[in-house]
Structure formats: structure tokens, C-alpha cells
Write a protein that binds this ligand. Sequence first.
Ligand code: NI
Length: 201
Amino acid sequence: MTKSGVIAAIVGLVGGVGVAALVLTGSLPMPSWLTSNSTGTALVGGPFELVDHTGAEVTERDFHGKYMLVYFGFAHCPDICPSALQVMSAALDQVGASADKIVPIFISVDPERDTPELMAAYVSAFHPRLRGLTGSTEAVASAAKAYRVFYRKVADPGSTSDYTIDHSSIIYLMGPDGRFVTHFTHGTSLDVVTQRLKSLP
Ligand code: NI
């Protein structure tokens, strides 16, 4: 994804000053939740109905009682997604046994190419417990909207495929009640992510 996309997505998450930054980029409409959010608390998360990498239907209710570490991206992503998923995976390994209460989830924003079969091969390359979620274009759009994730298909004629996808790169930590706990950005170090996960009650 483009740097401006990352920055817009990150400042958009915290609201407030993000409103001005989003407008300045000129390429994104200003979402109404930004202007209506008076507390400064990120309103992230919510229902989704997707299909996992085994082909099973899953919703957010399947993860209640567990922490979710959620990242949106796509399997053809050259480096941003792999590095985020590597951080998630390494952090879980470093947390050790108590990481069992945390479910790592990768949600595709490229349902056209990311079939459950492809997701199965992809997620297994990162972590044995990583769940790969995909679905219809509408289902993925709805999930991304709930998590305030921005993504946009972009023509990429020089690549082996026809297009790439600009997308937010944010790792969300959701609580056992499904509510937003915190997030990690692309610049968050592995140590910081690991310590935060180790500190979970
Ligand atoms: Ni990516």
C-alpha cells in the first residue's frame, strides 16, 4: 500500500486530528464516525460473517471469550502483510502458553483471489494457529467497514497480476467481549507487541 494510505489510515483511527489529515489527502471521503466520535476512543470492531481457510463459516461470535489479534490484508501483498503477520506470529510464540487465549486472524481484502484454499496455504506459512478469513466481496467490505479498514484496488500492470491493493496496515487487539483493546501500527516493534500481549489479564 502507499505511504499516504498508511498514514491516513493510522491518523484516521485516532480521530480528532485525523479528520484534518484525511481531508488533506484529498483521496478519501471523510467517514461520519470520525465527526461523531467525541470521546477520542476508537470505535473499531463489530459483526462479520466470513469463511475461514478450511471453508467453515465463521462470525465474530465464534471468537467470544478469546482475544482476537486481527489484521486485514491480502495474500499477494509483497511485503507489508508478510511483515505484520510475522510480527503477530513471533509475538505469539514469545508469549508462550498463555497465547492460547489469543486467536490470530488474517482477513482478506482480496476475496477475488484469496479463496479458502489459497488462504490455507498462505496462513500455514506464518503460524499454525493463524486463521485466514475471506468471503464474498460484500462480506469482506462489511467486515472492513466494521474495523475502519481502508482498502482500494489499484491497477498494477507491471506486476505478475493485474492489480494490487492499497490497504491500512494495523493490527487490532480485540478483547474477549469483542471490544477494541488496542492496536499496533506498522512501526510497533515486536518487543512492544509481545509485552502488551503478555500483560493481558
Ligand atoms: Ni498488504
